[in-house]
Each structure stands twice: as C-alpha cells, then as structure tokens.
Write a protein that binds this ligand. Sequence first.
Ligand code: SF4
Length: 301
Amino acid sequence: MSPVAPPTRRLPPWLKIRPPSGERYSAVKAQMGDGVLHTVCEEAKCPNVAECWGGGTATFMVLGDECTRGCRFCSVSTARLPAPPDPAEPARLADSLGKLGLSYAVVTTVCRDDLPDQGAGHLAACIRACRERRPDVLLEFLIQDFRGDEALLKVVADAGPHVLAHNLETVERLTPAVRDAKAGYGLSLQVLKALKRLAPAAKTKTSLMLGLGETQDELLKAFSDLREAEVDILTLGQYLRPTAQGRHLPVSEFVTPEVFDSLGEKARAMGFLYVASGPLVRSSYRAGELFLEGLLRKKAP
Ligand code: SF4
C-alpha cells in the first residue's frame, strides 16, 4: 500500500521529476501542514506529489502512521503496538475533502494486526463520514488484507466506497521476499475476489511494482490471475528504493517506458476496464482517477 521513494542508484532520464511548486500545491501542503492528517504522499515521498498536489488531490492515510507489518519496499514506519486509532479521524478526513475541494479522494491505510477488528470498524467509519458529509466525492479506499477475514472485509465493503483497492504488489515467486510474512499472493487474490462479491457495485483495483526481478511471463501470469479474480483496474509502476537501509530491497532493474507500454497493452487485451502502466504510475494515480471519475459519474443514478 505504499508506493514509493527517493533513489539510491542513478535514475534514468524517464524517472527524473520536476520539484513541486505552485499555488494549489502550496494550498494542499498547508492543509496537510498541521499533521493531524497523514498522507501516503509524504510518508512514502511519492515522486508524483508535484502533479497530484498541484492538481489539488492527495492520498490520505488513516489508522495512524505506523504499520504492524514491514514490507521491504515500503517506507512507512513499523511498530508492534501503534497508537490507538483517533476517533476524531473520520470527521477530520471528511472535512479535509471539503477544504481541498476534492471530487475524487483516495484513502489508504496501514495494517493494524494489533487491533481486534484489524481496524475494519474505523475504516468503515471513515467511509461513512465522507459519504455523509461529502456525498458528491467519489471514494477510493486502498485496504489491507484483514488476513482474509471476510466478516471484516464485509464491514468495509458495506460502508460503500466507490472503488475498493488492494495491492498484489509483486509476482507470486517474489512475494515472500518483498512483502511482510503475514501477506500472501494467494491471500491477496482471495481478498480481491471477495471484495468483488461483497461490493458488486464498486470497482476493484490493484497495483504491481516492476523492477524487483520479475519476468514478463510472471507478470502475464499475475495479470491473468487478477482477471480471474475479476479485478477491474490495474496499475503498473517502477519500484524505487525508499532508503539505502538494508531492510529496503535494491532496485533490480529500471524498466523502460517501452516495456511498460507493451505490458499495458497486453493487460488491456486481457479485459481490464482500465490499465495505467508507466515508470511513474503509482497505485493512486491522477489519470486513473480521472478515468474512474468519468466512468462512475456516468453510471451514478
Ligand atoms: S502493509 Fe506493508 S506496504 Fe502496507 S503500510 Fe504496512 S509495511 Fe507498508
């Protein structure tokens, strides 16, 4: 669930980005400045912050800024017992959507294996607060696997987000080395399948990072597994190492834009509703949101 980072190897030209600036960027930064709301944009030093905040959008992170897991691509801090969820967060999140004038909001979360319901109730409260206070805003929630517990997935799905996302992150062979031991390739596919059944009106979405040593055949297998789980939306982006610390995996390859384009074409041919594929594409990606907004608003009653 955390896309990111600054590099420890020389970046190829296609990964060079312009520093953030501009009025809307500063407005979003000011809004986030008081630190009561977390964004994965900051936690993960996302390379797209200039584009997203400049476009007036951000990806919020709820349930705190410490995760009970330690995936080797993620820069979010890990803790065995993070602080309890803040009961005021749902209302604050809903208010921030208003203040930022968002029409499409992406909310992600850390894992809370320490909580009896792993945070499902708090997430549902966040969704409900946003839907009640900002019924005009489309909500995408990028969620954890709840260790496959369908009753907890149902708590979140019943709250009614428009898009339910859960990231597969990498191909099956690399999953044990890349993701936390509590995560799993089969488990994530099972979660995505369950979300489709539990929330038939919502779109389901997932994301894969490239450049960790996967082969194209392994990626195509992952695409077909995701289509079998009836996943609607797929994003493919370049893994970037968050820090030089040993816990973070090195980049094995900077995949070229041409390869991203060809993989995107192959994925589209498999029937995904929407595929965003490119070096700077992240799980929450502006272009994808605009497409989804168009699609969901056309369908809205
Ligand atoms: S589950 Fe993994 S990817 Fe998600 S916030 Fe925790 S450490 Fe990061």
